[in-house]
Design a protein. Structure first.
Length: 308
């Protein structure tokens, strides 16, 4: 198995998890495709890039950030190749790799902005509830700590794959006050929470949020307790297809993740994500600032250069 296929297998198996990490891995897979390419002509290189993009885009269905970045970066690479008729194939490969690395740098810059905006939103001292593991959320929380804020964090364990443990371990390592609870154990904490902060896998044209299954219940519990609910998301999480009425496909994962050998007659449901309606969301923390769900679509469309 070549290293690109191995990486895609790791994404499928959640060894690489979270929308940003998956999108970064997608860019990395394009870089490796070019590094390992045997293409002798530009046409062959374009064909290899298109084939790799097709494979990468479909590795996790509910990840518009991956799709958007694959569309944009590979389209850009193809236009660069076409626009340099005099350049050698080797020179073109080097250029494509540099451009893809630029995408990774821009992702880091966007993350730094989100961390700054998010940290400003948090109180000087207080409790934040989160769900699953979002690198964007942990980035904000660590930035808040660096800014001197005293934040305690409660995270759900996030069955069946326990991504909450990744969050808890990461924040504890960063020296933060963190508690993990069973997924339905939030009630006790929500009464005292100042804010809920979750990540995003997809955002629809209506401003609805698709994130780890259970997020919509967390949002409802927050609303019942009058606690503000924010999602931290790069604008690439927006899915432009939803502007045309397309529904976000929710990934259904292997039932064995829930119950290895259930008794005969027991059906197992294992959706990876669920949808939280915009009305439960106070705002999205993006690289352009904190925006209400209703405004996200128009701001995101400006960033997604290729649109669809
Ligand atoms: C992860 C998850 C995260 C988002 C955002 O689900 O739902 O909240 O992907 O993460 P899974 P990030 O573990 O199934 O990938 O902020 O890192 O993009």
């Amino acid at each position: 198995m070549n290293r690109v296929d191995k990486l895609l297998k790791d994404i499928k198996a959640l060894k690489v998890q979270g929308a940003r990490n998956v999108a970064k891995a997608g860019i990395c897979a394009i870089i490796w495709t070019v590094e390992d390419s045997k293409a002798k002509t530009k046409e062959q290189l374009i064909e290899e890039l298109r084939r790799a993009r097709g494979k990468i885009m479909h590795v996790r269905p509910t990840e518009p950030m991956l799709r958007n970045m694959m569309r944009e970066s590979v389209d850009f690479a193809i236009s660069e190749i076409a626009g340099r008729p005099a350049a050698s194939v080797e020179a073109i490969k080097r250029k494509v790799i540099r451009d893809e690395e630029e995408y990774l740098c821009r992702m880091d810059a966007a993350m730094a902005n989100i961390a700054e905006f998010g940290a400003m939103l948090l109180p000087e001292k207080g409790m934040v509830v989160t769900h699953c593991h979002s690198s964007t959320v942990t980035g904000i929380l660590k930035r808040a700590k660096k800014d001197g804020k005293k934040i305690s964090v409660v995270c759900c364990e996030t069955r069946p794959r326990f991504q909450g443990r990744i969050t808890a371990a990461e924040l504890a390592k960063a020296g933060m006050d963190v508690t993990i609870t069973v997924d339905m154990g939030l009630n006790k904490f929500m009464k005292k929470a100042d804010l809920v902060l979750v990540g995003a896998d997809a955002i629809t044209a209506m401003g609805d949020l698709i994130n780890k299954v259970g997020t919509s219940s967390v949002a409802r519990i927050a609303r019942m307790n009058d606690v503000s609910f924010y999602s931290a998301a790069e604008l690439y999480k927006y899915d432009p297809l939803t502007l045309y009425g397309e529904r976000e496909e929710i990934e259904e994962r292997d039932p064995k993740e829930v119950w290895e050998r259930p008794p005969r007659g027991v059906k197992v449901s294992n959706p990876a994500f669920d949808a939280t309606a915009a009305r439960y969301i106070n705002g999205y923390i993006t690289e352009m600032g904190v925006v209400p769900p209703q405004a996200l679509s128009s701001i995101a469309m400006k960033k997604l250069k290729g649109g669809l």
